[in-house]
Design a protein around this ligand. Structure first.
Ligand code: BJW
Length: 255
């Protein structure tokens, strides 16, 4: 329920942090990872596809799987949840948007300075030199090779067992302890270190608002308000309730 305490906390916040996961893009047709029927990990094994060991064992398989996912991402469009978060940036003095997603849909909805904790599937980097490279029109092999050193190219994403980009993680942790409200949207909270960020906020006394259709483990914690439902419906409704006069006209009112 969106009550006065919740609307007041958001209306008075000078710095809002938003942490998103795969759920924010579900309504754009991008599968989540752990949803029981439709999640990627219900059909594929993470160990076979999203680890450095898997890439070393079968680089062609991993490359093809990411090429398939990249096409889905290219064909997808941002949804009302992404657009509500973009709108929120103009309604609060400061917004830090941190995402675990690799799909770039926040940026395509208009959000700027997005902190990407797990990289971006549309970028490619050299597996040897860790340098971002343009794949180039002639990039045929499975995977194509780096024009400079000949090593395989790989998607610029963070696999299990790999460190997150240090600056992104530092920025996210700083924002989690310094913000006035943390909005957590569409993440199961099972993958660390991103899953530790709400704990950083709670330890600093920051109120947490969770938007997720499921009762994920964060839902029952002290200081956490859970708005149950899909982000594409809940976030526009939340903005319309907190800023009835200034929310963009496209945002629906709630009863
Ligand atoms: C909706 C919705 C709608 C649905 N609206 N909501 C501490 C404890 C235990 C383990 C570890 C630990 N620290 C580190 C680890 C190991 C590991 C880890 O966390 N393992 C656990 C799984 C056990 N972490 C790592 O390995 C990380 N690296 C690391 O720690 O390095 C240390 C190191 C330091 C120095 C040197 C070397 C190493 C790396 C983690 C990388 C994660 N990578 C992936 C793949 C990215 C690339 C790709 O896309 O293929 O990232 S895995 C996958 O999970 C992806 C996601 O970003 C991440 C999180 O998933 P997310 O977003 O939460 O999705 P779901 O599906 O889980 O949840 C979706 C939610 O949406 C659900 O709640 C739904 O209900 C909801 N929903 N529809 C709103 N319409």
């Amino acid at each position: 329920m969106i009550d006065a305490a919740l609307t007041g906390a958001l209306r008075e916040a000078r710095h809002v942090m938003v942490l998103t996961g795969a759920g924010i893009s579900a309504e754009s047709g991008i599968p989540t990872f752990r949803d029981a029927l439709t999640g990627l990990w219900s059909r594929y094994r993470a160990e076979d596809l999203a680890t450095p060991e898997a890439f070393a064992r079968d680089p062609g398989l991993v490359w093809d799987w990411y090429a398939w996912r990249r096409e889905r991402v290219r064909a997808a469009q941002p949804n009302p949840g992404h657009r509500a978060i973009h709108a929120l940036a103009s309604l609060v003095p400061r917004l830090t948007l941190v995402t675990q997603n690799v799909d770039g849909l926040h940026q395509r909805a208009g959000s700027r300075n997005v902190i990407e904790l797990h990289g971006n599937i549309l970028r490619t980097r050299c597996s040897h030199e860790d340098r971002i490279v343009e794949e180039g029109p002639g990039g045929t092999g499975r995977p194509p090779r780096c024009a400079d050193c000949g090593a395989f190219l790989r998607p610029d994403v963070v696999w299990f067992g790999e460190p997150l980009p240090a600056e992104a993680l530092r920025g996210a942790a700083e924002a989690a302890s310094a913000c006035d409200v943390l909005l957590v949207v569409g993440t199961s909270g099972l993958v660390y270190p991103a899953a530790g960020l709400p704990g950083v906020a709670r330890a600093a006394g920051v109120p947490v608002i969770l938007v997720d259709p499921q009762a994920v483990s964060l839902a029952g914690q002290t200081g956490v308000r859970h708005l149950v439902g899909p982000a594409g419906r809940v976030l526009p409704a939340l903005l319309a309730r907190v800023w009835p006069d200034s929310a963009p006209p496209a945002l629906p009112a709630i009863s």
